[in-house]
Write a new protein. Structure first.
Length: 225
């Protein structure tokens, strides 16, 4: 996708005109899209994901209301996000195995810190990364990331693989979300006034990608504890 097309889809101003094959686009105050920021890292990130999966398999978690999530998930870092009949929360250990979640790879930490700093949030040190795996038809309904103890730190979200439509809303669930086209390597960072904005992912279309095949992966970095 060309950057010009990306701007048309977003309907948002480009903050930093195209340099080094990347563009920065503001979604809201405190929220920025970094197009192509992680493109060069994608193969190494996928190798790290495969290693994490060997230690903590992807699974379809259940919501407190008993709904099976269409997105498969796993975690790395000292804080792993889980959901089941007991509610949404962070756990130090994988509930399926009882083992601590895999350590966060250095490349994950480095990418998250660089992206956050680029978006104006210097000093971001995530302690957890939720890894989402989307097959065709999977989606993530509008929600807030609000299970963390401190909302001062941003969320850093990295897209890998098939293109997707990111839904970025406002402070209220009823706020109509804008539809943001994401490609592999795009990174979205939101914090400050936008930290608790509702967001989601529209139903994933079928396709094929040279790095991830028929799937899309998303890395969501958070300071949870």
């Amino acid at each position: 996708m060309s950057k010009v097309l990306g701007n048309k889809i977003l309907g948002a101003a480009t903050l930093d005109l195209f340099s080094g094959g990347e563009a920065e686009e503001r979604l809201a105050e405190g929220a920025m899209l970094l197009r192509g920021f992680a493109v060069d890292d994608a193969p190494a990130l996928m190798r790290s994901i495969a290693e994490i999966e060997r230690m903590a398999a992807f699974r379809h978690m259940m919501t407190p209301g008993g709904r099976r999530m269409s997105v498969a998930m796993t975690n790395c870092g000292v804080a792993g996000w889980v959901t089941d009949r007991q509610g949404y929360r962070y756990e130090a250990c994988d509930p399926d195995s009882g083992n601590p979640w895999p350590a966060m790879p250095d490349i994950f930490n480095d990418l998250a810190a660089r992206a956050a700093a680029k978006a104006g949030f210097a000093g971001f040190l995530p302690d957890g990364c939720l890894i989402n795996r989307y097959d065709s038809g999977a989606q993530l309904t509008l929600h807030q990331d609000k299970d963390e103890r401190d909302f001062a730190m941003p969320i850093v979200s990295v897209s890998l693989g098939l293109p997707a439509t990111f839904l970025f809303g406002g402070a209220q669930r009823r706020d109509r979300p804008r539809r943001v086209a994401l490609e592999s390597g795009d990174v979205v960072v939101w914090g400050g006034p936008a930290r608790l904005f509702f967001h989601g992912v529209a139903r994933l279309a079928e396709g094929a990608h040279e790095v991830t095949g028929s799937r899309r992966y998303n890395l969501t970095f958070r300071k949870a504890l």
